[in-house]
Design a protein around this ligand. Structure first.
Ligand SMILES: Cc1cc2nc3c(=O)[nH]c(=O)nc-3n(C[C@H](O)[C@H](O)[C@H](O)COP(=O)(O)OP(=O)(O)OC[C@H]3O[C@@H](n4cnc5c(N)ncnc54)[C@H](O)[C@@H]3O)c2cc1C
Length: 293
């Protein structure tokens, strides 16, 4: 419906900013409190727009954040002035010639100068209509990112790949995954034999005033947690292997923690260091060297 924005192009985002700066738009309603909806809400708020954000679930960023980290993000959003309404389901965008509001499941209509649908990304697979390339939600590929059609590969937000940790197949729509898939496809098309190791769940929020980063799973058979001076570090382990982490505030160990997830090696020897605020590369090197001293 015209009048509904979905942030699929830079020019669409620029048009909204222009509308706000010209004083023509003072209120916004955003449907969805996933990662993209949250960032748009914060940025519009920073431009002085009165933002209402509705989310049908009982927490923000439910795919990525555990309950505790999500509660911190929600609190920060509200402190920044975003009116986040959880457990609120949108039914339809409504208006005469163009959308002017969002109708809720309760039938109430929330009017807004700017209306945004941020309910998730769906691959546009029109291109495949006349082909016999298989797809579900995204294009199906094998472990070398080959489609079922000879000599046709697929990579990026249009493709369904297994998750590195769970093997579950879905569209892992983020930039690092797209780049890695592009690398694997490029090498395989050039004649190398490269297996794709699987997509990574990861996300970060940069505009909250306090960085938040989440990688991997948000459950395990063991949970390590440290709260210190406004920072929160939660680590999820399965059989002494790191399978996920959530960082609030101090995100400096993210790179090393992600490497531990990718390697899936037994972390028992360093487990007691993982919550140390100084945990980092220096400590790992020291650990590696000291047994020989
Ligand atoms: C608002 C927003 C914010 C994001 N922020 C982040 C972030 O902070 N960090 C992160 O890791 N990821 C982020 N992402 C996700 C990231 O942008 C994507 O995962 C990444 O761009 C995927 O790369 P891609 O090459 O598959 O697709 P794209 O970057 O979308 O590139 C696909 C290209 O193909 C072109 N195209 C499509 N159909 C056709 C056709 N039929 N013929 C010819 N050309 C065609 C498109 O025009 C486009 O240029 C964000 C996404 C959005 C929408």
């Amino acid at each position: 419906m015209s009048g509904v924005h979905n942030f699929k192009s830079l020019s669409a985002a620029e048009a909204i900013v222009k509308q706000v700066k010209s004083g023509k738009a003072k209120t916004a309603v955003i449907v969805g409190a996933g990662f993209i909806g949250m960032e748009i809400a914060l940025l519009l708020c920073a431009l002085g727009v009165k933002v209402t954000q509705i989310e049908m679930l009982d927490q923000v960023m439910a795919t990525m954040l555990d309950g505790e980290t999500a509660a911190i993000a929600l609190d920060l959003m509200r402190k920044r002035g975003v009116n986040v309404r959880l457990n609120t389901k949108a039914k339809a965008f409504v208006g005469k010639r163009k959308a002017t509001g969002v109708q809720l499941a309760s039938e109430k209509v929330l009017e807004g100068d700017i209306l945004i649908a941020a309910t998730g990304v769906k691959p546009n697979l029109e291109l495949l209509e006349k082909s016999d390339i298989d797809h579900n939600w995204g294009i199906c590929v094998d472990d070398h990112l080959r489609t079922h059609a000879p000599d046709i590969y697929a990579a990026g937000d249009a493709v369904e790949v297994p998750d590195r940790l769970t093997g579950e197949s879905f569209v892992h729509a983020n930039f690092p995954n797209a780049v890695e898939q592009g690398r694997v496809v490029g090498l395989n098309m050039a004649g190398y034999d490269v297996r794709y190791e699987g997509g990574d769940r990861m996300n970060s929020l940069k505009h909250l005033g306090l960085p938040i980063m989440a990688v991997g799973l948000k459950q395990g058979d063991e949970v390590l947690q440290e709260k210190r001076k406004g920072n929160l570090r939660t680590l999820y382990l399965k059989q002494n292997r790191l399978v996920g982490f959530q960082l609030v505030g101090d995100i400096h160990p993210a790179g090393i923690l992600r490497t531990l997830i990718v390697q899936q090696s037994d972390i028992s020897p360093i487990k007691h260091h993982l919550l140390d605020p100084n945990f980092g590369q220096g400590m790992m090197v020291w650990q590696a060297v000291t047994p020989y001293m």
